[in-house]
Design a protein around this ligand. Structure first.
Ligand SMILES: [Zn+2]
Length: 242
C-alpha cells in the first residue's frame, strides 16, 4: 500500500464523477476539508443526471439544466467554484475512447496533483454504488490518468490542436470501491456535506431522514477506520500514480 501524499503538498484536486450528487454523497466532507486548507478543487461531471429524480411529473427536458444548477450550488457549499459538465447521456456511459479523451483533456487543463473518481470495480456489498455509469467513469478516469493524460502521443489532437501539454497526476483517490483503506475524519465538515446534499433538491427533497441516514453511514465508516465513537468518516482507496 502506497503512502498518501500530505495535503500540504497538494495544490489542485480534480473530482471526476458520473452524476450530479455523486461527489456529495461520497466525498463532500473530505472536499470541504481540502478547500478549507486552501486546496483548489474542480468538479468534472460526466452526465447531467437526466435519467434520475423521483418526480415523474417533472418535465424530463428540463432535468439537465436543473441538475447542473443543483450541482453548482452544492459545490459552493463545500468551497468549490469550478464545475465542468461533459453532457454524456445518463445511464448509457461507456468507458469509450471518446470519454477517455474528454477526461484526459480536463486533466491537462486543470493539471491536478490528485484525482478523485468512482471505482471501476463492482462493490457487491453496496449495489447502488456500483451503478454502471460509475464503473464506466471510474475505468475511463483511471485510463485517462494513465496513460492518456501523461502520454504526449496519446490523443495527439489535444496537444496539436488545443495546445494541451501532457500532465502526470500523482495520486488517485477511489471513492465507493470495494477496498477502502484510507479514511478522512469529516465530523467537523459534516454540516457542509449535508448542505451540499440538500442543494440537490430534486434528489434529496423527499428524504426527511437524510441527515440521520448519512450520519449512520459515516459513523459506520469511522468505526472501520478505528476512530472514536461519535466521529464521522469517508473512506477511499488511494493509488500512487506518479
Ligand atoms: Zn451516481
Amino acid at each position: 500500500m502506497a503512502g498518501v501524499l500530505d495535503d500540504a503538498d497538494i495544490g489542485r484536486v480534480l473530482c471526476i464523477t458520473a452524476h450530479p450528487d455523486d461527489v456529495d454523497f461520497g466525498a463532500a466532507g473530505t472536499i470541504a476539508r481540502w478547500t478549507e486548507a486552501g486546496i483548489e478543487v474542480t468538479y468534472c461531471v460526466v452526465t447531467d443526471g437526466d435519467a434520475d429524480g423521483s418526480d415523474e411529473d417533472f418535465p424530463r427536458a428540463e432535468m439537465p439544466t436543473l441538475r447542473r444548477a443543483e450541482q453548482v450550488a452544492a459545490a459552493k457549499c463545500v468551497g468549490v467554484h469550478d464545475v465542468r459538465f461533459l453532457g454524456y447521456p445518463d445511464g448509457r456511459v461507456e468507458a469509450s475512447l471518446e470519454l477517455r479523451r474528454d477526461l484526459a483533456r480536463v486533466i491537462r487543463q486543470v493539471r491536478p496533483d490528485r484525482v478523485v473518481c468512482p471505482s471501476p470495480e463492482r462493490n457487491y456489498a453496496r449495489i447502488g454504488i456500483s451503478h454502471p455509469d460509475h464503473r464506466a467513469v471510474g475505468s475511463a478516469a483511471l485510463d485517462a490518468v494513465y496513460p492518456d493524460a501523461r502520454n504526449p502521443f496519446a490523443f495527439p489532437e489535444l496537444r496539436d490542436d488545443e495546445g494541451l501539454a501532457a500532465w502526470t497526476v500523482r495520486e488517485v483517490w477511489i471513492a465507493g470501491g470495494p477496498a477502502p483503506h484510507h479514511y478522512v475524519d469529516v465530523t467537523a465538515t459534516f454540516p457542509r456535506k449535508i448542505a451540499a446534499l440538500r442543494a440537490h433538491e430534486s434528489q434529496t427533497g423527499h428524504m426527511d431522514d437524510l441527515t440521520e441516514r448519512l450520519r449512520t453511514w459515516l459513523a459506520r465508516t469511522a468505526e472501520l477506520a478505528g476512530l472514536p465513537e461519535g466521529r464521522l468518516a469517508e473512506g477511499f482507496q488511494v493509488l500512487e500514480t506518479a
